[in-house]
Design a protein around this ligand. Structure first.
Ligand SMILES: [Zn+2]
Length: 431
């Protein structure tokens, strides 16, 4: 059904499209609009072209690339990453079948999937299967006119899946990579660049300190960094870590950063000064226009960041938009608030867009003044879809623990059987 193509120039076909077209689709694959129909056709052509050009394993790489350069007019970096991306999707049968039904993934998204996958240990077929299933689920539309996840969203989700597999499938509990990081300063012309590679959670803490200190003292962030490092100032930060308390082995989630390992989240929770049950705040109403921090934490936990399509602004820059204006009686409660960056907050305040929030899933139907609309899924860990995903992770962790337990029991039984009978001297006399 998804592959029927309708001619948008014909009124009859437009009506047919409404009757026969798919009911669940990403807006980029909408069969009802000219631009999305054309876009889908381009992606399909592009996908089929690359698939038809995949070399055989024994072909000479340099010859293949030289030929592609001539035919495609692109450089080696572009061409080799495209080939790898297409080899990768061929190793993911579910995702490939989905793509061949919808042609929703463009080459850039396929390349991003391959880039993240190349960091995972996919030699294990079980691991590859789980990734294939979960990524395909993530990239399957569940409603009409849904916004396709961005490249960044896909990278984050795939990373989270891979990370959760380390926790739940691999029996190797050692840290996944060298945690030491690196520190480097380079000087170029009249500028210098400090490059530090470190654990993302630690980086987040530094980022928060610098930004908070700069804001409080009305100085630039560079000045704030200098003063903090020189020990001329101090600041306190509150790092919100979200973690499902009712799911064993649940990963943590940090705004702007995404999911973190369950073990790391457990450590942070152990050090936390305040542990808050978010469910208790869902219905909290403040009697002020300003949103208190705890209600803001619920809204960010539901939505992640600015809810406008493909707005990847920092979550700490988002303002709390009263969906129904405070002056018109809209309460300051999570259900009536949406995070918006200053730009998109203005668009909403001007009336150029409006949105309706599904109270159950927290998905948003954004309505534009020209009558078009799009469904934007909630991305935060408190949203229904993410909660479901965390449960599947929890189930995997549980299965793994049970498997390890039963394997060790079997091992013990086997050891008992193979143990030599106790020496005759040890047998107590029967009296
Ligand atoms: Zn925005």
């Amino acid at each position: 059904m998804d592959t029927i193509e309708f001619d948008m120039n014909s009124m009859v076909e437009r009506e047919l499209a409404k009757l026969l077209g798919p009911k669940k689709f990403y807006s980029v694959s909408s069969p009802f609009e000219r631009a999305s129909v054309a876009g889908r056709r381009i992606r399909q052509g592009d996908f089929e072209l690359w698939q038809s050009m995949l070399p055989d394993l024994e072909d000479d790489y340099q010859v293949v690339i030289a030929n592609l350069k001539r035919l495609m007019g692109k450089g080696e970096g572009y061409l080799s990453s495209a080939l790898y991306a297409h080899v990768r999707i061929n190793e993911m049968p579910r995702l490939k079948a989905l793509q061949e039904r919808m042609f929703h993934l463009d080459l850039e998204r396929l390349k991003a999937i391959d880039a993240v996958m190349s960091k995972a240990d996919v030699s294990d077929e079980d691991i590859r299967d789980v990734i294939d299933v979960e990524l395909s689920d993530y990239l399957t539309p569940t409603r009409a006119n849904q916004l396709l996840p961005s490249i960044n969203d896909i990278r984050k989700k795939l990373n989270a899946i891979i990370q959760s597999l380390d926790d739940s499938i691999s029996t190797d509990d050692s840290p996944p990579r060298d945690e030491k990081g690196s520190f480097d300063v380079t000087y170029r012309e009249s500028d210098a660049f400090i490059n530090v590679q470190l654990d993302p959670v630690e980086a987040k803490k530094i980022e928060m300190r610098v930004r908070k200190y700069a804001k409080a003292h009305k100085i630039t962030e560079v000045e704030a960094l200098q003063q903090l490092i020189a020990g001329e100032g101090t600041t306190n930060i509150t790092l919100n870590v979200y973690q499902a308390h009712d799911v064993e082995g649940a990963p943590g989630w940090i705004p702007g950063l995404g999911y973190i390992r369950s073990s790391q989240a457990d450590d942070l929770a152990a050090d936390a000064s305040v542990v808050q049950d978010m469910d208790e705040l869902y219905d909290k109403v403040a009697d002020t226009y300003e949103t208190p921090d705890d209600i803001r934490a619920v809204v960010i936990g539901w939505d992640g960041t600015c809810t406008d399509p493909y707005c990847d602004c920092r979550e700490d820059r988002t303002q709390m938009d009263h969906r129904i204006d405070y002056k018109e009686g809209g309460p300051t409660t999570a259900a009536n608030l949406g995070p918006k960056c200053p730009t998109h907050h203005n668009v909403k305040t001007d009336g150029r867009s409006f949105y309706i929030i599904d109270p159950h899933t927290r998905d948003k139907y954004i309505l534009y003044e020209d009558g078009t609309w799009v469904l934007v899924e909630a991305k935060g860990p408190l949203s229904l879809k993410e909660r479901h995903w965390v449960q599947t992770v929890g189930k995997r962790v549980q299965n793994r623990r049970e498997r390890i337990r039963s394997e060790s029991q079997e091992k013990r039984e086997a050891e008992k059987l193979s143990e030599p009978p106790p020496p005759a001297d040890d047998i107590p006399p029967p009296f």
